[in-house]
Design a protein around this ligand. Structure first.
Ligand SMILES: [Zn+2]
Length: 469
Protein backbone atom coordinates (compact mmCIF):
# COMPACT_ATOMS: atom_id res chain seq x y z
CA UNK A 1 0.00 0.00 0.00
CA UNK A 2 1.21 3.52 -0.75
CA UNK A 3 0.92 5.39 2.49
CA UNK A 4 2.00 7.95 5.02
CA UNK A 5 2.54 6.92 8.62
CA UNK A 6 3.03 9.38 11.45
CA UNK A 7 5.69 8.05 13.81
CA UNK A 8 6.07 11.27 15.77
CA UNK A 9 4.97 14.91 16.06
CA UNK A 10 1.36 13.76 15.83
CA UNK A 11 -0.82 14.87 18.79
CA UNK A 12 2.37 16.56 20.05
CA UNK A 13 4.99 19.06 18.91
CA UNK A 14 8.14 16.96 19.21
CA UNK A 15 9.52 13.73 17.75
CA UNK A 16 8.90 14.55 14.06
CA UNK A 17 9.09 11.34 12.01
CA UNK A 18 6.90 10.63 9.01
CA UNK A 19 7.22 7.48 6.95
CA UNK A 20 6.48 7.79 3.24
CA UNK A 21 5.90 4.43 1.54
CA UNK A 22 5.52 4.26 -2.24
CA UNK A 23 5.73 1.03 -4.24
CA UNK A 24 7.29 -0.70 -1.24
CA UNK A 25 10.06 1.89 -0.98
CA UNK A 26 10.28 3.70 2.35
CA UNK A 27 11.66 7.14 3.15
CA UNK A 28 11.59 8.68 6.62
CA UNK A 29 10.96 12.43 6.64
CA UNK A 30 12.64 13.90 9.71
CA UNK A 31 14.00 11.83 12.56
CA UNK A 32 13.35 13.85 15.69
CA UNK A 33 13.53 13.32 19.43
CA UNK A 34 10.45 13.35 21.60
CA UNK A 35 10.84 15.96 24.34
CA UNK A 36 8.67 17.07 27.24
CA UNK A 37 6.33 14.73 29.10
CA UNK A 38 7.74 11.37 30.18
CA UNK A 39 5.05 9.46 28.25
CA UNK A 40 6.53 10.97 25.06
CA UNK A 41 10.21 10.85 26.03
CA UNK A 42 9.91 7.14 26.76
CA UNK A 43 9.12 6.63 23.09
CA UNK A 44 12.72 7.61 22.32
CA UNK A 45 13.76 4.33 23.98
CA UNK A 46 11.41 2.16 21.92
CA UNK A 47 12.42 0.76 18.57
CA UNK A 48 10.51 2.14 15.61
CA UNK A 49 7.39 0.16 14.67
CA UNK A 50 8.93 -0.54 11.23
CA UNK A 51 12.08 -2.60 10.63
CA UNK A 52 14.90 -0.08 10.30
CA UNK A 53 16.40 -2.08 7.44
CA UNK A 54 13.31 -1.30 5.35
CA UNK A 55 13.94 2.45 5.52
CA UNK A 56 15.97 3.34 2.43
CA UNK A 57 16.68 6.99 3.15
CA UNK A 58 16.04 9.78 5.64
CA UNK A 59 15.22 13.34 4.58
CA UNK A 60 15.72 16.16 7.11
CA UNK A 61 13.79 19.43 6.88
CA UNK A 62 15.99 21.28 9.39
CA UNK A 63 18.49 20.81 12.20
CA UNK A 64 16.37 21.26 15.35
CA UNK A 65 16.68 18.21 17.62
CA UNK A 66 12.95 17.51 17.51
CA UNK A 67 13.51 16.86 13.79
CA UNK A 68 17.01 15.28 13.85
CA UNK A 69 17.86 14.12 17.38
CA UNK A 70 16.72 10.51 16.94
CA UNK A 71 19.11 9.86 14.03
CA UNK A 72 21.98 8.45 16.14
CA UNK A 73 19.48 6.09 17.76
CA UNK A 74 18.25 5.00 14.30
CA UNK A 75 21.84 4.40 13.22
CA UNK A 76 22.39 2.27 16.31
CA UNK A 77 19.34 0.20 15.38
CA UNK A 78 21.06 -0.62 12.08
CA UNK A 79 20.09 2.18 9.71
CA UNK A 80 22.93 2.78 7.23
CA UNK A 81 21.23 4.57 4.34
CA UNK A 82 21.73 8.13 3.10
CA UNK A 83 20.40 11.11 5.07
CA UNK A 84 19.49 13.98 2.73
CA UNK A 85 19.56 17.55 4.04
CA UNK A 86 20.28 21.07 2.81
CA UNK A 87 23.88 22.22 3.17
CA UNK A 88 23.02 24.50 6.08
CA UNK A 89 21.14 21.72 7.86
CA UNK A 90 23.99 19.25 7.31
CA UNK A 91 26.51 21.74 8.73
CA UNK A 92 24.33 22.42 11.76
CA UNK A 93 23.75 18.68 12.32
CA UNK A 94 27.51 18.23 12.55
CA UNK A 95 27.36 20.54 15.58
CA UNK A 96 23.96 19.71 17.06
CA UNK A 97 24.02 15.90 17.05
CA UNK A 98 27.43 15.30 18.70
CA UNK A 99 26.50 17.96 21.24
CA UNK A 100 23.23 16.16 21.94
CA UNK A 101 25.16 12.90 22.48
CA UNK A 102 27.64 14.66 24.79
CA UNK A 103 24.85 16.25 26.83
CA UNK A 104 23.10 12.90 27.16
CA UNK A 105 26.33 11.39 28.46
CA UNK A 106 26.75 14.33 30.89
CA UNK A 107 23.14 13.95 32.08
CA UNK A 108 23.52 10.18 32.59
CA UNK A 109 26.76 10.72 34.53
CA UNK A 110 25.04 13.37 36.66
CA UNK A 111 22.09 11.06 37.42
CA UNK A 112 24.46 8.26 38.36
CA UNK A 113 26.36 10.52 40.77
CA UNK A 114 23.13 11.92 42.22
CA UNK A 115 21.39 8.52 42.13
CA UNK A 116 18.42 10.43 40.69
CA UNK A 117 17.40 8.06 37.90
CA UNK A 118 14.82 5.29 38.03
CA UNK A 119 17.36 3.19 36.12
CA UNK A 120 20.66 1.86 37.47
CA UNK A 121 22.91 2.76 35.87
CA UNK A 122 21.33 5.64 33.97
CA UNK A 123 22.35 5.30 30.33
CA UNK A 124 22.56 7.94 27.61
CA UNK A 125 20.06 7.47 24.76
CA UNK A 126 23.16 7.65 22.57
CA UNK A 127 26.70 8.89 22.90
CA UNK A 128 28.75 11.55 21.17
CA UNK A 129 30.49 8.76 19.25
CA UNK A 130 27.13 7.38 18.03
CA UNK A 131 26.30 10.85 16.75
CA UNK A 132 29.67 11.17 15.01
CA UNK A 133 29.01 7.82 13.27
CA UNK A 134 25.66 9.17 12.06
CA UNK A 135 27.22 12.24 10.43
CA UNK A 136 28.89 9.99 7.85
CA UNK A 137 25.43 9.25 6.45
CA UNK A 138 24.63 12.91 5.67
CA UNK A 139 24.25 13.82 1.99
CA UNK A 140 23.94 17.60 1.51
CA UNK A 141 21.79 18.58 -1.49
CA UNK A 142 21.25 21.98 -3.09
CA UNK A 143 17.91 23.78 -2.85
CA UNK A 144 15.49 23.31 -5.79
CA UNK A 145 17.63 20.45 -7.17
CA UNK A 146 15.62 17.26 -7.95
CA UNK A 147 17.33 14.36 -6.18
CA UNK A 148 16.37 10.69 -6.39
CA UNK A 149 16.22 9.38 -2.82
CA UNK A 150 14.73 5.92 -3.57
CA UNK A 151 13.42 4.20 -6.72
CA UNK A 152 10.43 6.25 -7.91
CA UNK A 153 10.83 8.88 -5.16
CA UNK A 154 12.35 12.23 -6.08
CA UNK A 155 12.97 15.08 -3.62
CA UNK A 156 13.28 18.84 -4.01
CA UNK A 157 14.01 21.22 -1.13
CA UNK A 158 12.50 24.72 -0.97
CA UNK A 159 13.39 27.35 1.60
CA UNK A 160 11.11 27.27 4.67
CA UNK A 161 12.64 30.33 6.40
CA UNK A 162 12.27 28.79 9.87
CA UNK A 163 15.96 28.59 10.82
CA UNK A 164 19.17 28.62 8.84
CA UNK A 165 19.06 25.80 6.27
CA UNK A 166 15.40 24.94 6.92
CA UNK A 167 13.43 23.52 3.97
CA UNK A 168 10.17 22.00 2.84
CA UNK A 169 10.57 18.46 1.53
CA UNK A 170 8.74 18.32 -1.80
CA UNK A 171 8.43 14.77 -3.19
CA UNK A 172 7.40 13.55 -6.59
CA UNK A 173 6.50 9.87 -6.49
CA UNK A 174 5.38 7.40 -9.15
CA UNK A 175 5.19 8.08 -12.86
CA UNK A 176 2.75 9.01 -15.62
CA UNK A 177 -0.86 9.50 -14.54
CA UNK A 178 0.00 7.94 -11.17
CA UNK A 179 2.52 10.68 -10.36
CA UNK A 180 1.82 12.35 -7.03
CA UNK A 181 3.28 15.39 -5.32
CA UNK A 182 3.62 15.21 -1.54
CA UNK A 183 4.92 18.18 0.47
CA UNK A 184 6.12 18.14 4.10
CA UNK A 185 6.47 21.65 5.50
CA UNK A 186 8.77 20.73 8.37
CA UNK A 187 8.53 23.92 10.41
CA UNK A 188 7.18 26.92 8.51
CA UNK A 189 8.93 30.26 9.11
CA UNK A 190 7.36 33.68 9.67
CA UNK A 191 5.76 35.49 6.76
CA UNK A 192 5.81 38.84 8.53
CA UNK A 193 9.21 40.28 9.29
CA UNK A 194 8.93 41.46 12.89
CA UNK A 195 11.71 43.22 14.78
CA UNK A 196 12.91 39.95 16.31
CA UNK A 197 13.22 38.20 12.93
CA UNK A 198 16.52 37.65 11.20
CA UNK A 199 15.91 35.61 8.07
CA UNK A 200 15.90 37.44 4.77
CA UNK A 201 12.63 36.28 3.33
CA UNK A 202 9.54 34.32 4.15
CA UNK A 203 8.96 30.73 3.10
CA UNK A 204 9.02 29.80 -0.60
CA UNK A 205 5.76 29.20 -2.41
CA UNK A 206 5.09 25.75 -3.73
CA UNK A 207 2.59 26.81 -6.40
CA UNK A 208 4.91 26.16 -9.36
CA UNK A 209 4.69 22.81 -11.13
CA UNK A 210 1.99 20.22 -10.57
CA UNK A 211 -0.62 20.80 -7.83
CA UNK A 212 0.24 19.38 -4.41
CA UNK A 213 -1.68 16.12 -3.84
CA UNK A 214 -0.92 15.66 -0.16
CA UNK A 215 0.36 18.20 2.34
CA UNK A 216 1.83 17.43 5.77
CA UNK A 217 1.66 20.75 7.54
CA UNK A 218 2.97 21.89 10.91
CA UNK A 219 0.48 23.46 13.35
CA UNK A 220 2.55 24.65 16.34
CA UNK A 221 0.81 28.04 16.45
CA UNK A 222 -2.41 26.83 14.81
CA UNK A 223 -4.57 28.59 17.41
CA UNK A 224 -2.52 31.74 18.07
CA UNK A 225 -1.15 34.94 16.59
CA UNK A 226 2.23 36.40 17.48
CA UNK A 227 2.36 39.87 19.04
CA UNK A 228 3.62 42.52 16.64
CA UNK A 229 5.20 44.88 19.18
CA UNK A 230 8.97 45.32 19.38
CA UNK A 231 10.12 43.18 22.36
CA UNK A 232 13.24 45.26 23.05
CA UNK A 233 11.85 47.91 25.48
CA UNK A 234 10.11 45.32 27.69
CA UNK A 235 13.19 43.09 27.58
CA UNK A 236 15.47 46.00 28.51
CA UNK A 237 13.19 47.00 31.41
CA UNK A 238 13.13 43.46 32.81
CA UNK A 239 16.90 42.97 32.45
CA UNK A 240 17.64 46.38 34.03
CA UNK A 241 15.37 45.68 36.99
CA UNK A 242 17.05 42.32 37.64
CA UNK A 243 20.58 43.74 37.42
CA UNK A 244 19.63 46.66 39.68
CA UNK A 245 18.40 44.14 42.26
CA UNK A 246 21.88 42.58 42.08
CA UNK A 247 20.43 39.58 40.27
CA UNK A 248 21.32 37.72 37.11
CA UNK A 249 19.38 36.77 34.00
CA UNK A 250 18.95 33.21 32.76
CA UNK A 251 17.66 32.68 29.23
CA UNK A 252 16.94 29.10 28.12
CA UNK A 253 17.50 29.15 24.35
CA UNK A 254 18.16 26.80 21.47
CA UNK A 255 21.94 26.79 21.16
CA UNK A 256 21.83 27.20 17.41
CA UNK A 257 20.59 30.43 15.90
CA UNK A 258 18.34 31.58 18.77
CA UNK A 259 21.40 32.01 20.99
CA UNK A 260 23.27 33.88 18.26
CA UNK A 261 20.30 36.17 17.59
CA UNK A 262 20.01 37.00 21.27
CA UNK A 263 23.72 37.63 21.53
CA UNK A 264 23.61 40.24 18.76
CA UNK A 265 20.46 41.79 20.19
CA UNK A 266 21.97 42.06 23.70
CA UNK A 267 25.17 43.54 22.22
CA UNK A 268 23.13 46.13 20.36
CA UNK A 269 21.15 46.94 23.52
CA UNK A 270 24.38 47.33 25.50
CA UNK A 271 25.99 49.58 22.88
CA UNK A 272 22.81 51.68 22.72
CA UNK A 273 22.87 52.04 26.51
CA UNK A 274 19.51 50.27 26.94
CA UNK A 275 21.07 47.76 29.33
CA UNK A 276 24.36 47.90 31.25
CA UNK A 277 27.51 46.14 30.08
CA UNK A 278 27.59 42.95 32.11
CA UNK A 279 29.26 39.60 31.38
CA UNK A 280 27.33 37.32 29.02
CA UNK A 281 27.92 33.60 29.46
CA UNK A 282 27.05 31.35 26.56
CA UNK A 283 26.94 28.02 28.34
CA UNK A 284 26.85 25.65 25.43
CA UNK A 285 29.67 23.46 24.15
CA UNK A 286 28.58 23.99 20.57
CA UNK A 287 28.15 27.75 20.56
CA UNK A 288 31.53 28.57 19.01
CA UNK A 289 31.06 26.24 16.05
CA UNK A 290 27.49 27.37 15.60
CA UNK A 291 28.58 31.01 15.53
CA UNK A 292 31.01 30.20 12.73
CA UNK A 293 28.23 28.54 10.70
CA UNK A 294 25.95 31.52 11.41
CA UNK A 295 28.63 33.93 10.13
CA UNK A 296 29.31 31.79 7.02
CA UNK A 297 25.66 31.90 5.99
CA UNK A 298 24.97 35.60 6.47
CA UNK A 299 23.32 35.63 3.02
CA UNK A 300 20.27 33.90 4.54
CA UNK A 301 19.68 36.78 6.96
CA UNK A 302 17.75 39.98 6.44
CA UNK A 303 19.44 43.33 5.90
CA UNK A 304 19.15 44.65 9.51
CA UNK A 305 20.78 41.44 10.78
CA UNK A 306 23.52 41.59 8.16
CA UNK A 307 24.14 45.22 9.16
CA UNK A 308 24.52 44.13 12.80
CA UNK A 309 27.04 41.45 11.81
CA UNK A 310 29.00 43.99 9.73
CA UNK A 311 28.94 46.46 12.62
CA UNK A 312 29.88 44.17 15.48
CA UNK A 313 31.88 41.42 13.73
CA UNK A 314 32.41 38.01 15.27
CA UNK A 315 31.27 37.52 18.88
CA UNK A 316 34.54 35.64 19.41
CA UNK A 317 36.21 39.07 19.49
CA UNK A 318 33.77 40.73 21.88
CA UNK A 319 34.81 41.59 25.40
CA UNK A 320 32.85 40.19 28.32
CA UNK A 321 31.30 37.36 26.28
CA UNK A 322 32.34 33.96 27.60
CA UNK A 323 31.88 30.64 25.83
CA UNK A 324 31.80 28.02 28.53
CA UNK A 325 32.80 24.74 26.98
CA UNK A 326 33.67 22.36 29.81
CA UNK A 327 31.43 21.21 32.70
CA UNK A 328 33.94 22.93 35.04
CA UNK A 329 33.50 26.27 33.24
CA UNK A 330 29.74 25.76 33.38
CA UNK A 331 29.82 25.17 37.13
CA UNK A 332 32.07 28.19 37.69
CA UNK A 333 29.27 30.47 36.39
CA UNK A 334 27.50 29.73 39.71
CA UNK A 335 29.98 32.10 41.35
CA UNK A 336 29.27 35.00 38.96
CA UNK A 337 26.70 37.63 39.99
CA UNK A 338 25.03 40.27 37.79
CA UNK A 339 25.52 38.41 34.55
CA UNK A 340 23.41 37.12 31.66
CA UNK A 341 23.45 33.35 31.05
CA UNK A 342 22.16 31.92 27.78
CA UNK A 343 22.03 28.14 27.89
CA UNK A 344 20.18 25.26 26.24
CA UNK A 345 17.87 23.51 25.91
CA UNK A 346 15.40 26.16 24.87
CA UNK A 347 12.45 24.42 26.56
CA UNK A 348 14.56 23.57 29.63
CA UNK A 349 13.85 19.95 28.72
CA UNK A 350 17.43 18.94 29.54
CA UNK A 351 20.98 20.17 29.14
CA UNK A 352 23.02 22.58 31.19
CA UNK A 353 20.32 25.19 31.65
CA UNK A 354 18.77 22.87 34.26
CA UNK A 355 21.72 23.47 36.58
CA UNK A 356 21.42 27.25 36.15
CA UNK A 357 17.68 27.16 36.81
CA UNK A 358 18.16 25.03 39.93
CA UNK A 359 20.75 27.53 41.11
CA UNK A 360 19.04 30.82 40.18
CA UNK A 361 15.28 30.20 40.47
CA UNK A 362 15.19 30.37 44.31
CA UNK A 363 16.62 33.92 44.38
CA UNK A 364 13.97 36.67 43.87
CA UNK A 365 16.62 39.06 42.51
CA UNK A 366 17.04 36.94 39.38
CA UNK A 367 15.12 36.99 36.12
CA UNK A 368 14.40 33.96 33.93
CA UNK A 369 12.98 34.67 30.52
CA UNK A 370 11.80 32.47 27.70
CA UNK A 371 12.12 33.30 24.04
CA UNK A 372 10.58 30.32 22.30
CA UNK A 373 7.77 27.81 22.21
CA UNK A 374 7.48 25.80 25.44
CA UNK A 375 6.03 22.38 24.77
CA UNK A 376 3.52 21.12 27.38
CA UNK A 377 5.21 19.05 30.06
CA UNK A 378 8.60 20.66 29.60
CA UNK A 379 10.13 22.39 32.58
CA UNK A 380 10.03 25.62 30.55
CA UNK A 381 6.26 25.45 30.17
CA UNK A 382 5.74 24.61 33.86
CA UNK A 383 7.85 27.57 35.01
CA UNK A 384 6.29 29.90 32.46
CA UNK A 385 2.80 28.90 33.63
CA UNK A 386 3.61 29.63 37.27
CA UNK A 387 4.24 26.20 38.76
CA UNK A 388 6.03 26.51 42.09
CA UNK A 389 8.03 24.64 43.22
CA UNK A 390 9.30 22.75 40.18
CA UNK A 391 11.22 19.48 40.14
CA UNK A 392 14.73 19.67 38.71
CA UNK A 393 16.81 16.50 38.79
CA UNK A 394 14.10 15.08 41.10
CA UNK A 395 14.67 17.87 43.67
CA UNK A 396 11.97 20.48 44.46
CA UNK A 397 13.21 23.96 43.55
CA UNK A 398 11.24 27.03 44.74
CA UNK A 399 10.49 29.57 42.00
CA UNK A 400 11.12 33.01 43.47
CA UNK A 401 12.89 34.61 40.50
CA UNK A 402 10.94 36.89 38.17
CA UNK A 403 9.62 34.96 35.14
CA UNK A 404 8.99 36.53 31.73
CA UNK A 405 8.39 35.37 28.16
CA UNK A 406 8.76 37.09 24.80
CA UNK A 407 6.80 35.42 22.01
CA UNK A 408 8.15 37.69 19.28
CA UNK A 409 11.24 35.54 18.80
CA UNK A 410 9.21 32.65 17.45
CA UNK A 411 10.48 31.18 14.19
CA UNK A 412 7.11 29.59 13.42
CA UNK A 413 4.38 31.12 11.28
CA UNK A 414 1.28 31.89 13.35
CA UNK A 415 -2.24 30.83 12.34
CA UNK A 416 -2.93 33.87 10.11
CA UNK A 417 0.44 33.46 8.41
CA UNK A 418 -0.18 29.74 7.79
CA UNK A 419 -3.52 30.56 6.16
CA UNK A 420 -1.88 33.28 4.05
CA UNK A 421 0.74 30.79 2.85
CA UNK A 422 -1.84 28.10 2.10
CA UNK A 423 -3.81 30.58 -0.04
CA UNK A 424 -0.84 30.65 -2.45
CA UNK A 425 -1.52 27.02 -3.43
CA UNK A 426 -2.88 26.70 -6.97
CA UNK A 427 -5.55 24.24 -5.78
CA UNK A 428 -6.59 22.29 -2.69
CA UNK A 429 -4.52 19.15 -1.96
CA UNK A 430 -6.51 15.89 -1.86
CA UNK A 431 -5.80 15.90 1.87
CA UNK A 432 -3.81 18.03 4.31
CA UNK A 433 -2.55 16.33 7.47
CA UNK A 434 -1.71 18.52 10.44
CA UNK A 435 1.28 17.51 12.52
CA UNK A 436 3.64 19.20 15.00
CA UNK A 437 0.91 20.77 17.10
CA UNK A 438 -0.78 20.14 20.41
CA UNK A 439 -4.30 18.69 19.90
CA UNK A 440 -6.03 22.06 20.58
CA UNK A 441 -3.80 23.85 18.16
CA UNK A 442 -4.14 21.26 15.37
CA UNK A 443 -7.93 21.13 15.82
CA UNK A 444 -8.25 24.93 15.68
CA UNK A 445 -6.13 25.13 12.54
CA UNK A 446 -8.05 22.28 10.89
CA UNK A 447 -11.33 24.12 11.57
CA UNK A 448 -10.00 27.33 10.02
CA UNK A 449 -8.59 25.58 6.94
CA UNK A 450 -11.87 23.76 6.41
CA UNK A 451 -13.99 26.87 6.90
CA UNK A 452 -11.86 29.48 5.15
CA UNK A 453 -10.35 27.40 2.33
CA UNK A 454 -12.81 24.50 2.07
CA UNK A 455 -9.97 22.00 2.08
CA UNK A 456 -10.06 18.38 3.19
CA UNK A 457 -7.90 18.48 6.35
CA UNK A 458 -7.23 16.19 9.32
CA UNK A 459 -5.04 16.36 12.41
CA UNK A 460 -2.68 13.37 12.24
CA UNK A 461 -2.44 10.88 15.12
CA UNK A 462 0.55 9.01 16.46
CA UNK A 463 1.19 5.75 14.55
CA UNK A 464 -1.77 6.43 12.24
CA UNK A 465 -1.25 5.22 8.67
CA UNK A 466 -3.16 6.88 5.84
CA UNK A 467 -3.35 5.67 2.24
CA UNK A 468 -1.97 7.68 -0.68
CA UNK A 469 -4.10 7.21 -3.75
ZN1 LIG B 1 12.13 23.72 14.25
Amino acid sequence: MNSLRFLGAADVVTGSKHLLTWDDHRVLVDCGLFQGQRQWRERNWQDLPVPVQEIEAVVLTHAHLDHTGYLPRLERQGFGGPVYASEGTAELCAVVLPDSGRLQEEDAAFHNRAKSSRHTPALPLYTEQDALNTLKLLRPVALEQPTSVAPGISLRFHRAAHILGSCFADFQVGSGAATRRIVFTGDLGRLKQGSAQTLSSGPSRVNSGAPVDYLVMESTYGNREHPDVDPTPAMAAAVNAALQRGGSVVIPAFAVERTQKLLFLLKQMMVAGQIPQVPIHIDSPMAIKAIDIFLEHTGEFNEPTQALIRKFGSPHQWQDVYFDQTPQQSKAINNVQRCIIISSSGMAAGGRVLHHLANRLPDPRNLVFFVGYQSPGTLGQLIKDGKNPVLIHKQPVPVRAQIAAFEQFSDHADADEILTWLRTFSQAPRCTYLVHGEPDSAAALAARIEKELGWNVQPAHWLQEVPLE
